[in-house]
Design a protein around this ligand. Structure first.
Ligand code: AP5
Length: 221
């Protein structure tokens, strides 16, 4: 049976980091709208060209674009479940996801909110990089590769940084989260699906807490 979960939290909360770990350990598939939009930008697709300026300002891309992207990727998902990372951001996206899953006989099993101290997140984000080959996430001081300059996961030697990882854009992204994303939580609380995890703990401890949530029977079963 597939286990479908949403990871919620402000920029830098660790959604991408935890999603990658869940892929490695549980065979789930990360569906990150941020990654999908960045791929579209890099490929220079019509969608990529439309979203570039919005992303660089740290604002949200239109609901219609991201929901269409999620629908396409959900159909290709072959794992033991989907990890929605960065999707959802607005109430209309929550409603769109309900329909997308229902059409496929699926439903959300857990909404995991990573609870974090926003002041610490600017440091996390401005020091962040990822492997250019496999996307494994790193940080200059908080989580560097075991062997300097070599990706722990694939051995890649090149690392990249995101254009929206500067302090000014991060502040806008946080404001967008507070205004448009955090208000979605009551929608899932009413369904009994929200689990809160302390995202300020070390990465491995956050992973262990998420594992303990996923090992419990989902509310939907
Ligand atoms: P997106 O790519 O989704 O970015 P985000 O939500 O701002 O989140 P981040 O990826 O910055 O942070 P994260 O929580 O994944 O943290 P990470 O694991 O990397 O979206 C980018 C843009 O795309 C948006 O601004 C918007 O324009 C657009 N967009 C995307 N989805 C959209 C949607 N659905 N609707 C509309 N627009 C959309 O961790 C950060 C750093 O901290 C890393 O260096 C990591 O190594 C480190 N770290 C992680 N966990 C820990 C820990 N426990 N302790 C110490 N360090 C840690």
């Amino acid at each position: 049976m597939k286990l479908d979960i949403i990871l919620l939290g402000p920029p830098g909360a660790g959604k991408g980091t935890q999603a990658k770990r869940l892929e490695e350990r549980r065979g789930m598939v990360q569906l990150s709208t941020g990654d999908m939009l960045r791929s579209a930008r890099e490929a220079g697709t019509p969608v990529g060209l439309r979203v570039r300026a919005v992303m660089d300002r740290g604002e949200l891309v239109s609901d219609a674009i991201v929901s269409a992207l999620i629908g396409e990727h959900l159909d290709q998902e072959q794992g033991s479940g989907a990890i929605f990372d960065g999707y959802l951001r607005t109430q209309p996206q929550a409603e769109a996801l309900e329909i997308l899953l229902e059409e496929r006989g699926r439903n959300i099993d857990h909404v995991i909110e990573l609870v974090v101290d926003e002041d610490a997140l600017v440091t996390r984000i401005t020091g962040r990089s990822s492997c250019a080959k496999c996307g494994a996430p790193y940080h200059d001081t908080l989580h560097s590769p075991k062997v300097d300059g070599t990706c722990d996961v694939c051995g890649g030697k090149e690392f990249k940084r995101r254009p929206d990882d500067n302090e000014q854009t991060v502040r806008t992204r946080m404001a967008e989260y507070r205004e448009k994303t955090a208000p979605i939580l009551p929608f899932y609380e009413a369904k009994g699906l929200v689990r809160r995890v302390d995202g300020m703990l070390p990465v491995q401890e956050v992973s262990a807490l998420i594992d303990s949530v996923l090992d419990r029977a989902p509310a939907s079963s």
